[in-house]
Ligand binder design. Sequence first.
Ligand SMILES: O=C(CO)[C@H](O)[C@H](O)COP(=O)(O)O
Length: 218
Amino acid sequence: MVKIYPSLLAADFNNLENEISEIEDIVDGLHMDIMDGSFVPNISFGFPILNSVRKISNLNFDTHLMIKNADSYIDEFSKTSRQLTVHYEAVTHLHRTVSRIKELGCEAGVSLNPHTPVFLLEEILPYLDRVLIMSVNPGFTGQKFIESSYKKIKKLHEMKLKLNPTLDIMVDGGVGENNIAKLYNCGVTSFVVGAGVFHQEDKRAAVLNLRKRAENND
Ligand SMILES: O=C(CO)[C@H](O)[C@H](O)COP(=O)(O)O
């Protein structure tokens, strides 16, 4: 089953409640990009925004911590988000961080920047619920998909079959109607989509079209 998580980074915050209600019943959650202006060259949003969005939606929050020092914040993020993902490149004691996320009752994910090879996850993979492959350099919506991501996802899928068959492989960055079927065939199970949903006139039709294209191999 294809899972689709629209990324709030691309949403219109002046019209947020309407934009979310348009797609609420057909998506698997909202992807929340937490950016600190240090690990990534952008600043997005934090606890007050997540708490506000929680008041207008019961959707699952898939929260992606693009921050240094994630250990200091995961307890607080676990209050609104059931899925927490940290960056391999930003966390020193990854096993400890992943264990803490699970102790908090959340699903634990690790994200890789485009230059980071998947083999580095071999030891931690059995402990994870999710690996998030960044298919753009993180920081901004609307960037071009990096083509070498296909090969990387195929390698991760091979590791998944050997080490953790229930692993969720998520991709984020430049995903749209032209590449979603190919990504699904490479082994992606969850898709984060920003501009491909929130920058479209009909957001509901965009989500349905993405799901259909992946499932029909179109
Ligand atoms: O993490 C991200 C960028 O760093 C975001 O999830 C981004 O919103 C993806 O947007 P798009 O689908 O437009 O590339």
